[in-house]
Design a protein around this ligand. Structure first.
Ligand code: ACO
Length: 323
């Protein structure tokens, strides 16, 4: 049986740190309000020379190094992003070319904050069906370029960054104790599409547009959606909350993360949290958090790692990975 095994991960954050106090000098907000409502203390904002492809490229290079894999061995570059360099071509082909990869395929996938889970599940399908052998799955976002910096209800939440993993098709017995992606479940419900959206685009306004959000509506649905899809992943694998070594949720908001973990019965010390330092980096948030927890020694080979995300669309999904 073929399974998609994670060989290594990497991440990249822009140098420029923006604290809550920095934002309070620009809009009517406070460090207290932001920390209490979201858990965010600071975030990184891309410099004028940085783009989704430059950040994704650096995260990809670090993931390749960690995996001990050369670009020549990659035949799939799958980038999750809602903030591409250009409307087309896909930003993934820029990263592919910069890495010197001439074989295989490269494309972008757009599922907003759920993008990384969607990309990982799609890469897993392509690897298991033999259409690729080794994939770079990247999440990279430059949300600072679609934020309305005068809107205090959104500008305090979102930020920039990138993360990546290298995933390889390997033969195994099919046992749940073997390494690899054990199961993924993806969902979307477009009836919620106007609760978190960008008010521009190539075929409507011809502009990039700005992010708009009904924060309370998002909050109301987030916990039940992510816990439902996690229960589906548990049902597909026979595992439960007590078996999880690490829970690496999308880093949108500390309150959503805590409420989801509590509802599922996942112990607090098993939850990886980086939202305090990175803010919500959309599709980049899970690989960023993974990279932090792998490099500080928490996530180790053989650990059972649960990933989940929910975002604009709404889209939502979960993956259970034997690391
Ligand atoms: N600073 C100070 N006050 C603020 C700010 C701010 N940055 N933003 C809003 N307020 C005010 C509002 O204007 C409102 O004032 P009013 O009562 O005078 O009208 C008051 O705070 C309460 O506003 P609410 O929107 O009800 O605040 P809430 O407690 O719901 O918190 C928040 C807002 C943090 C956005 C919350 O709804 C939330 O976390 N939603 C989820 C959003 C999210 O995480 N989205 C990410 C994308 S999707 C995903 O990744 C899961």
């Amino acid at each position: 049986m073929t399974r998609s095994v994670v060989l290594g991960c990497g991440s990249y954050l822009p140098q420029n740190v923006v604290t809550n106090d920095d934002l309070a000098r620009r809009v009517d907000t406070s460090d207290d309000w932001i920390q209490q409502r979201t858990g965010i203390r600071e975030r990184r904002i891309a410099g004028s020379h940085e783009t989704t492809s430059t950040m994704g490229l650096e995260a990809a290079r670090r993931a390749l190094d960690a995996a001990g894999v050369k670009p020549a061995d990659i035949d799939l570059v799958l980038l999750a992003t809602s903030t591409p360099d250009n409307t087309f071509p896909a930003t993934a082909v820029t990263i592919q070319a910069e890495l010197g990869i001439e074989q295989g395929m490269a494309f972008d996938l757009q599922a907003v904050c759920s993008g990384f889970v969607f990309a990982l599940a799609n890469a897993d399908s392509l690897l298991r069906t033999g259409q690729a052998t080794r994939a770079l799955v990247i999440g990279s976002e430059t949300f600072s370029r679609i934020i309305d910096w005068d809107d205090r209800t959104t500008c305090v939440l979102f930020a920039d960054g990138a993360g990546a993993v290298v995933v390889e098709a390997q033969q195994g017995t099919g046992a749940m104790t073997d390494r690899g992606i054990l199961a993924s479940k993806l969902r979307a419900d477009g009836r919620h599409r106007t609760k978190l959206y960008v008010d521009g685009g190539p075929s409507t306004t011809g502009t990039v547009g700005h992010l708009r959000m009904e924060g309370r509506e998002v909050f109301k649905h987030a916990v039940s959606m992510v816990t439902d899809v996690i229960e589906d992943v548990f049902a597909a694998t026979g595992y439960g909350a007590q078996d999880i070594d690490w829970f690496v949720p999308h880093q949108a908001n500390r309150r959503i993360i805590d409420a989801s973990a509590k509802k599922l019965g996942i112990a607090e010390e098993k939850v990886v949290i980086t939202v305090d330092r990175h803010g919500n980096t959309s599709a980049a948030s899970i690989p960023l958090a993974l990279d932090v927890a792998v490099r500080d020694g928490r996530i180790k080979k053989g650990d059972l790692v649960l990933l989940e995300a929910m975002g604009g669309g709404f889209t939502w999904g979960a993956s259970l990975v034997r690391w």
